[in-house]
Design a protein around this ligand. Structure first.
Ligand code: ADP
Ligand code: ZN
Ligand code: MG
Length: 492
């Protein structure tokens, strides 16, 4: 244990160093069953009910690799642009822990499923490519639960429901240089994996877990410093806070003439500090060896092509396409590809409306606003994308004013009715018929001689008043642009 006083490093000192960060991320694959047996992966079942001899690690039970798990792992690796190895191999990673009944984890070691991928991030306007060293498959352990407050009633329990749940581990290259880059990498990683439906990446359920490796070196130095592994980072915020703390601590150690020790440290969110857990001398020797109960995993060209064909368009690609095809701004394209559901909703609205830019504004503004107010996901939207598309189309064709559309939309949202139905029933159709409008305009001109005189005398802003009168006379249904033009014509 190397618990010492909190680090004190001046900002000037920190500024002389460059952090180097690499992340190891565990992601639970969204399969219905476990990786080596048919037990369900459902969350929240009573303890030790989703188990069988295989995932209980009983002697003699044999693992059978799930095809679904392999296909999701391939999809995950492909989404990160990894090369899929035609042959990979499972290996035993041996260690003892009460929630690991087999006494080893089945993982992949020197022959992983995928390698040489990357994740592109943008931080403060600067684009960076973060390398993905490897993606490998493994099974999860069970869960230990510690309960009780006094010595006399303090118990530890083991729930093996999670034992044998399929995971992929994604190891990054040591390519990140700030905690913000690490945050951006994890955000992008999560988004991509959710997009291809490889994992829900629900951090609260432990479907996404992250360990951070960090070292510091004097700026300009070539050699990496000694790295520390930080565990227990169960939110994006904690990842950033823990890295910032750890960077400052390492700088303080070096500045005071000490040496950073290679060790594993735990982040304590209550204290906002990391504390030593095990040093290098106590590092595990896992005694990896090839798993004798499983044949090597061979992924042939045909299988790979089949899985590839089942992949959706990836978010980065979709962003570029939305910008090119629909003329969206970069930021809007970003928002509208944040999740697969949002991107698909938007695209349906864009196509149904024939006005993709206005469609973008409605999805990002009015729709997302109401969804947020009601705590709903886009999949639960009472307004279907086809219906929102119809509303935008009515505006684009000049049949509904933008102003009245703002009143129609909340009604669509609360009733689920189509835009056209509400517009007809409430008589909201925009009046764009010149003949009808000319009569109204003539009335307004006749009824407001003073303003007409002011306008003709050069005070052209008075036109707003006159247009307002015409709008009032039509209960907001007149086509504003047309009315304005007609007034200008009539008044010379
Ligand atoms: P280990 O053998 O200790 O597991 P690896 O070389 O497998 O180390 O790397 C584990 C993780 O640590 C990777 O994400 C890698 O990018 C990162 N890493 C490696 N060396 C450093 C370093 N000097 N500083 C920061 N991160 C590092
Ligand atoms: Zn089982
Ligand atoms: Mg390693």
């Amino acid at each position: 244990m190397s618990s010492s006083a909190p680090p004190v490093a001046t900002l000037e000192a920190i500024a002389r160093y460059e952090p180097v960060i690499g992340l190891e991320v565990h992601v639970q694959l969204a399969t219905a069953t476990k990786i080596f047996c048919g037990c369900p992966t459902s969350f929240g079942a009573p303890p030790n009910t989703n188990v069988c001899p295989v995932c209980l690690g009983l002697p003699g039970a044999l693992p059978v690799l799930s095809r679904e798990a392999v296909e999701l792992a391939i999809k995950g690796a492909l989404a990160l642009d990894c090369r899929i190895n035609p042959q990979s191999r499972f290996a035993r990673k041996n260690y003892f822990y009460p929630d690991l009944p087999k006494g080893y984890q089945i993982s992949q070691y020197d022959e992983p499923l995928g390698e040489h991928g990357y994740v592109d991030i943008v931080v403060d306007g600067a684009a960076r490519r973060i390398g993905v060293t490897r993606v490998h498959m493994e099974d999860d352990a069970g869960k230990s639960i510690h309960d009780g407050f006094r010595d006399s009633d303090r118990y530890s329990y083991v729930d093996l429901n999670r034992s044998g749940t399929p995971l992929i581990e994604i190891v990054s290259d040591p390519d990140m240089r700030t905690s913000d880059e690490a945050y951006a990498y994890l955000t992008e990683l999560k988004q991509v994996l959710q997009f291809v439906e490889v994992s829900t990446c629900d951090m609260e359920k432990g479907h996404l877990r992250c360990d951070a490796n960090v070292s510091v070196r004097i700026k300009g130095a070539e050699k990496f410093g000694t790295k520390v592994e930080v565990k227990n980072l169960n939110s994006f915020r904690f990842l950033k806070l823990a890295l910032d703390y750890e960077i400052a601590r390492q700088v303080a150690v070096i500045e005071s003439g000490g040496k950073v020790e290679q060790e594993t440290r735990l982040y304590n969110p209550d204290l906002g500090e990391t504390a030593g857990m095990r040093s290098k001398e106590h590092a595990h020797d896992y005694r990896y060896f090839p798993e004798p109960d499983l044949v090597p995993l061979r992924i042939g060209e045909n299988w790979l092509a089949e899985v590839r064909a089942g992949m959706p368009e990836l978010p980065a690609r979709k962003r570029t396409r939305f910008i090119g095809e629909y003329g969206l701004r970069e930021y809007d394209a970003e928002v509208l590809t944040a999740t697969r559901a949002v991107s698909e909703y938007y695209e349906t609205v864009a196509k149904a409306s024939g006005d993709p830019k206005t469609a973008a504004n409605w999805v990002m503004g009015d729709l997302m606003g109401l969804l947020k107010a009601e705590g709903k996901e886009i999949a639960e939207s009472p307004v279907s994308p086809e219906n929102l598309g119809e509303l935008v189309k009515l505006i684009a064709k000049g049949e509904l004013s933008g102003k009245l559309a703002k009143e129609v939309f909340p009604k669509m949202f609360s009733t689920g009715e189509r835009a056209g139905v509400i517009v007809e029933r409430e008589g909201l159709r925009q009046i764009s018929d010149t003949g009808a409008l000319e009569k109204i305009i003539a009335d307004v001109i006749a009824g407001n001689p003073k303003q007409v005189e002011q306008y003709r005398g050069g005070k052209t802003t008075v036109i707003n008043f006159l247009v307002g009168q015409a709008m009032r006379a039509t209960r907001g249904q007149a086509n504003v642009a047309l009315v304005t033009d007609l007034f200008k014509q009539k008044l010379g």
